[in-house]
Design a protein around this ligand. Sequence first.
Ligand code: ZN
Length: 147
Amino acid sequence: MKSTRLCLACGNAFVPLRHVPRQQYCSAKACQRARRRDWQSNRLCNDSDYRDNQARAQAKWRADHSSYWREYRAAHPAYRERNRSMQRSRNARRDSRPIAKMNVIRLPRPLDSGFYLLSHADDAGVGKMDAWTVHIAVLSGPTAPPT
Ligand SMILES: [Zn+2]
């Protein structure tokens, strides 16, 4: 009798394919997408070569398709509106004090792993047109400051 197991994505029971003895996700399209997504996010966290390669490939793609997002936004007004309203609510939540101060007493909030927009400090405030999208994986947090 074939043994069934539970899919890591949808939780349904499935019979592993004969040629994939260690199969952990069922064959449903959404679950296979979840498998690839999990594989990639795991790889981004644990493989610095892969991370660098992905960042380089994405930067090259952006350089080769510099007008892609501008044209996408122009062709998809609903997408553009959603972005704008989400940015407005982020702005409303944001502390209105300037981010950088000469005498900061408060510690900056801890940095989470994720994608960030990076731009040269001289260009800060000019806009995000020349910002790099970078992935930062936090390996350890800051140690407590001396008191
Ligand atoms: Zn599934």
